[in-house]
Design a protein around this ligand. Structure first.
Ligand code: LCS
Length: 398
């Protein structure tokens, strides 16, 4: 039994979550003032958790600390591959070769690089919106045009407009799709049929596809993740990104798995990628995959309860909010269009009026006006207080 109810102090740890919200959410500096002290906010924004990383991971890092030397480090030998590959086999019935596996100090840095390596001068990259904004930043950073395909939302359930996607993919300048599987922020776990249709569109156009599967370990009970690698077993232009960072709350350790099949791209990666890793991060990731599953199973049950609670609370206190339990992620996606106009800044409103830090609206590129995203990876008491404040502030809105 793990204690997910524990409130853990994160102050003075250089945490983005506690200390970096002014810059990230409001593009402001420390002079930005709120009617709340920083420590009074309920923080439901950036996607890391308020839960302690499992002991098995911390112990592995302690053991590594005892080795006392922290020189340049990279993935040598097969120990890490064996741990991660058996995780994928066990949980997703998916296998891949050791030669596919590369590491990166985060998925986003890898995305930035891969766009550079894959897309030529005037080529474009495609993704589904609403979207995690860094997909667009990866395009912007590389001076590439981002082509957005809006998801369709009916009763809070998101689906892909395959006609629109096929049309956009048919543009010969659109050479790369960044695909979020499962999807942040809608929380969709794509079905086998949906994945097959994406695969069909991508392969017909001979496009590259990066399947960002960072959220794949965090599914609601009874649901199953299907890696794109299983749907496209022989497609060499598929790159898969997975990581223990979201799953085990070790995003700050900056270690992720990048699976590259194409030999040409592999050669570029080997030549240009700065290929060192933090020695503590490697042992942490390995311990997570080898020993972290019991913790993850309990975490998942706890998250399921938080999602259920939010649904019940909203139904009672904010009946015009549209909400459906996310199939994956620990992020709730709530439609508040009944209460706000598209011009209103939801992040500002909730920070000033409710003392809640959350993400929403145009933070997700497009097709997200009037929505808020709530991070539910926090103790029940925190979720309850956050929801209470959110509902009270909306209900007393003029
Ligand atoms: N890919 C997706 C789809 C994500 O949601 C995130 C983090 C990352 C990649 C980050 O990968 P990293 O570079 O850390 O390995 N998502 C966040 C979010 O939605 N809010 O804060 C972080």
């Amino acid at each position: 039994m793990y204690n997910f109810d524990e409130i853990i102090d994160r102050t003075h740890t250089n945490a983005l979550n506690t200390d970096g919200f002014r810059g990230y959410i409001f593009h402001a500096d420390e002079t930005m003032q709120f009617p709340f002290k920083d420590e009074e906010f309920i923080r439901m924004w950036v996607a890391d958790m308020e839960f302690a990383t499992p002991d098995v991971i911390i112990d592995a890092m302690k053991e590594r600390l005892d080795r006392r030397i922290f020189g340049y480090t990279s993935l040598f030998g097969n120990e890490y591959y064996n741990a991660f590959a058996s995780w994928c086999k066990r949980r997703y019935d998916w296998t891949f070769d050791a030669s596919d596996l590369f590491s990166s100090n985060g998925i986003i840095p890898a995305l930035y690089e891969l766009v550079e390596y894959i897309c030529k001068e005037d080529e474009k990259l495609l993704f589904l919106t609403p979207s995690y904004a860094y997909f667009k930043y990866a395009a912007d950073f590389n001076h590439k045009e981002a082509v957005c395909c809006d998801l369709v939302c009916e009763d809070g359930y998101y689906t892909i407009d395959f006609d629109d996607l096929a049309e956009k993919a048919a543009d010969e300048k659109t050479t790369l799709m960044i695909f979020c599987n499962p999807h942040n922020p809608s929380g969709r776990v794509w079905t086998e049929e949906e994945l097959a249709k994406i695969a069909d569109i991508v392969s017909k156009n001979n496009m590259w596809i990066i399947s960002d599967e960072i959220h794949c370990d965090l599914l609601r009970k009874g649901l199953k993740h299907i890696p794109m690698g299983k749907v496209m077993p022989d497609y060499t232009r598929l790159i898969t990104a997975m990581a223990p960072s979201k799953t085990f709350n070790i995003a700050g350790l900056m270690f992720s798995n990048i699976l590259i099949r194409d030999l040409g791209l592999r050669a570029i990666w080997k030549e240009r990628h700065y290929g060192f890793d933090n020695p503590l991060s490697i042992v942490a990731a390995q311990a997570a995959y080898e020993k972290g599953e019991p913790w993850l199973n309990e975490l998942s049950a706890y998250l399921d309860e938080n999602f259920k609670f939010v649904g019940e609370y909203l139904a009672e206190h904010l009946p015009k909010a549209k909400y459906r339990i996310s199939e994956a992620t620990y992020l709730a996606w709530v439609d508040l269009n009944a209460y706000f106009t598209p011009e209103e800044s939801l992040t500002m409103f909730f920070a000033y009026e409710a003392g809640v830090l959350l993400e929403g609206g145009n933070m997700f590129v497009q097709n997200s006006d009037g929505f808020i995203r709530l991070n539910l990876a926090c103790p029940k008491a925190t979720v309850a207080e956050g929801l209470k404040r959110i509902c009270e502030s909306v209900n007393s809105k003029k």
